[in-house]
Write a protein that binds this ligand. Structure first.
Ligand SMILES: Cc1cc2nc3c(=O)[nH]c(=O)nc-3n(C[C@H](O)[C@H](O)[C@H](O)COP(=O)(O)O)c2cc1C
Length: 336
């Protein structure tokens, strides 16, 4: 049976093109974030907490908002009011950038999937740090852990990627409960090369040498398209450098399940990613002790439980939320 969002809200949002629908949603939640009365209405849907402690942080529940939905950190109080146990904003880059030409988000309802080639459109580290400082000063900072996901600016050559990440890290670390290094989005040329052991090692060393890093959990977000050997090498580098968590996984470039006439260039997310992401979580849990945050194809309690059974400590939602709405959170919470 369809829930209220699927019956009434989704048809309206899906009558708009995908990126407009995204902006309308995030802007509305951003506005609601400024009003206690609006937040109270949203909050009335909340369920009792299912607390979890990980990297010395207290999560009221293990279900988080995945990176990319609130790239600019405009609606933190509303995400918390909707019931998320943690919120990951970004990807933030050192320099503000417009991203790729539109259209660049595509819905595939039959496949319960999205393809995007946004290319890290975001306001940049300076503007986002300013916005977060204002939120902190307003007293509306959410009572759930906030992760900030960092990526490389498109104009920055790969050789200077470390400086780019370092800049954003310095600007934003004070606002973050944990920092995610995104080295796996497929839409910034060269970014995935940062998963090569030498490059990843350099990046982790540089950030690890920064003052104040010791108390800030570092999380690495990886691609679902790695070979077994690549995965093993990345996990070794992460263990050597005391990485606190791995997010498995980002969007995939494997479009083999998508009919050619519907296919688009970009990263595929949603149901077609489910099995691949679960297998990756299981593999990481088997190979090392670093906690895993699972992301990919979570649409219902069953697909969420599957991630925990594979060894995930926390999960994150994106495409499932677009198709199923905030009721998805409640359904998963009730099944935990
Ligand atoms: C439109 C869109 C934009 C995204 N932007 C980002 C991003 O900026 N940074 C990032 O790390 N992941 C990004 N992601 C990936 C998601 O965070 C998530 O890891 C992936 O979509 C798999 O989860 P899902 O199947 O629940 O969507 C994006 C995904 C989508 C669909």
């Amino acid at each position: 049976m369809k829930n209220g969002y699927e019956l009434f809200v989704r048809p309206l949002l899906f009558s708009l093109d995908a990126e407009t629908a995204h902006h309308v949603t995030v802007r509305s939640l951003g506005r609601a974030s400024h009003f206690d009365a609006a937040l109270r209405v949203v909050k009335s849907f909340q369920l009792p907490p299912k607390p979890k402690t990980l990297f010395s942080l207290n999560f009221p529940n293990p279900i988080g908002l995945a990176a990319g939905l609130d790239k600019n950190g405009v609606a933190l109080p509303a995400w918390a009011a909707l019931g998320f146990g943690f919120i990951e904003i970004g990807t933030v880059t050192a320099k503000a950038q417009p991203g790729n030409p539109k259209p660049r988000i595509f819905r595939l309802p039959e496949q319960q999937a999205l393809i995007n080639r946004l290319g890290f459109n975001n306001d940049g580290a300076d503007a986002i740090a300013h916005r977060l400082a204002m939120l902190l000063a307003s007293g509306r900072w959410p009572a759930v852990p906030v992760g900030i996901n960092l990526g490389k600016s498109r104009v920055t050559p790969l050789e200077q990627a470390t400086d780019d990440y370092l800049y954003s890290f310095r600007m934003l670390r004070d606002f973050a409960d944990y920092i995610t290094l995104n080295i796996s989005s497929p839409n910034t040329p060269g970014l995935r090369e940062l998963q090569e052991p030498e490059r990843l090692s350099e990046l982790l060393h540089a950030i690890g040498d920064e003052a104040g890093t010791a108390s800030k959990p570092l999380v690495v977000k990886i691609s679902p398209d790695l070979s077994a050997a690549e995965l093993t090498a990345i996990l070794a580098v992460c263990e050597e450098n005391g990485v606190s968590g791995i997010i498995a996984a980002n969007t995939t470039l494997d479009h083999s399940t998508i009919p050619p006439q519907l296919d688009q260039e970009g990263g595929l997310s949603g149901a077609p990613l489910r099995d691949k992401s679960t297998a990756l979580v299981r593999e990481i849990a088997a190979q090392c002790k670093i906690p895993v945050i699972a992301s990919g194809g979570i649409f219902d309690p069953e697909s969420a439980l599957e991630k925990f059974q594979a060894g995930a400590q926390l999960i994150q939602l994106y495409t499932g939320l677009i198709y199923r709405g905030p009721q998805l959170l409640r359904e998963i919470m009730e099944s935990l």
